[in-house]
Ligand binder design. Structure first.
Ligand code: CAA
Length: 261
C-alpha cells in the first residue's frame, strides 16, 4: 500500500515472493518513532497474510539501518506515561510473524535499531555496519530486548561491555561473535539478502514455518521441551504433500516441486 510515510514497501524476487521493507525516515536516521512502528507492523502482517510471499527482507539506508528509538519523542515522557501505555510493547508484534524476516543492516544499528535487527530471524550486515546499545549514555537501558537477546547472541562479557559502555562493534566483530551470519560489501548487501530470501522461498512454506517455530523454541524453552516440539513438528511434516514430494524427488534424482501444501 502506498500510504506509508516512514517505510517503503514492495515485492521483490524472481516471482515477487519476497516482501521487501525499507525503513525510510532519513531525516532522523531511521529512528523508530511510534508511527514508523505502526506502519512496520501493518506491512509485516500484510506480507504474512499474502500467500504469494514466503520471506521478508527488512533494510534501511546505506547510512543507517536504524539509529534507535526516537529520542526526541521519548524525551518528554514520564514514568507514568511509559508504564501506563506499556511503551514499545507494540515492537514485539513482529514476533508473531511466521514467515522468516531477514535484517539487512548497513550503517548504524543502534539501541532499538540493534534490538529490531535481533528480533528478525537472520541478520546480514554490510561491511561498514555498526552495532551498539548506547542507551546507557542517555541515562537509561535497552528496552526492546537488548539486554536479553545480545547475551544470547554474543555471550555475557561482550553484551555486558556493550550495554555498560554503549561502544559500537563493527560488522566483522558482530560476525565473529555470532550476532550476524554474514558480512558482505555494503553495496552488495541488499542483493545478498534478497538472494537468501529467494533461496528460502524455494522451500515448502510448511517446512519454513516449522523450522522457524522450532529454532525459536531453542530461545524460549528448556532443551527437553524444545526437542519434543522439534520431534513433533518433524513428525507433522509427514502429513504434508511437500514432504512426500521432497523425498520422492530425491529418490528420482530430480528437483522437488513444492506447493506449500
Ligand atoms: N532519535 C531521534 N533523532 C535521531 C536519532 C534518534 N535515535 N538518531 C539520530 N537522530 C537525528 C539527529 O537528531 C539529527 O537530527 P537533526 O538533523 O534534526 O539535528 C539527524 O538524525 C542526523 O543525526 P546526527 O546529526 O546525529 O548524525 P551523525 O552522523 O552526526 O551521528 C549517530 C549519527 C552516531 C547515529 C547519532 O545520530 C546518534 O548517536 N544517534 C543516537 C543513537 C542512540 O542513542 N540510540 C539509542 C536510542 S534509545 C533506544 O533505542 C531505547 C530502546 O532500547 C528502545
Amino acid at each position: 500500500s502506498g500510504s506509508y510515510k516512514n517505510i517503503l514497501v514492495e515485492k521483490k524476487g524472481d516471482k515477487s515472493q519476497v516482501g521487501f521493507v525499507r525503513l525510510n525516515r532519513p531525516k532522523a536516521l531511521n529512528s523508530l518513532c511510534d508511527d514508523l512502528l505502526r506502519e512496520l507492523n501493518v506491512a509485516f502482517r500484510e506480507f504474512d497474510a499474502d500467500p504469494s510471499v514466503k520471506a521478508i527482507v527488512l533494510t534501511g539506508s546505506s547510512k543507517a539501518f536504524a539509529a534507535g528509538a526516537d529520542i526526541k519523542e521519548m524525551q518528554p515522557k514520564t514514568y507514568s506515561t511509559v508504564f501506563g501505555t506499556n511503551f514499545i510493547n507494540d515492537w514485539t508484534e513482529m514476533l508473531r510473524i511466521r514467515k522468516p524476516i531477514i535484517a539487512a543492516v548497513n550503517g548504524y544499528a543502534l539501541g532499538g535499531g540493534c534490538e529490531l535487527a535481533m528480533m528478525c530471524d537472520i541478520i546480514y550486515a554490510g561491511d561498514s555496519a555498526k552495532f551498539a546499545q548506547p542507551e546507557i549514555r542517555l541515562g537509561t537501558i535497552p528496552g526492546a530486548g537488548g539486554t536479553q537477546r545480545l547475551p544470547r547472541a554474543v555471550g555475557k562479557s561482550k553484551a555486558m561491555e556493550m550495554c555498560l559502555t554503549g561502544d559500537m562493534i563493527t560488522a566483522k566483530e558482530a560476525e565473529s561473535a555470532g550476532l550476524v551470519s554474514k558480512v558482505v560489501p555494503a553495496d552488495k548487501l541488499e542483493a545478498a539478502a534478497l538472494d537468501l530470501a529467494e533461496r528460502i522461498s524455494r522451500m515448502s512454506l510448511m517446512a519454513i514455518y516449522a523450522a522457524k517455530e522450532s529454532v525459536n523454541a531453542a530461545y524460549e524453552a528448556p532443551l527437553s521441551q524444545g526437542l519434543l516440539l522439534e520431534r513433533r513438528l518433524f513428525h507433522a511434516s509427514f502429513g504434508t504433500r511437500d514432504r512426500s514430494e521432497g523425498m520422492s524427488a530425491f529418490t528420482e534424482k530430480r528437483a522437488a516441486e513444492f506447493k506449500d501444501e
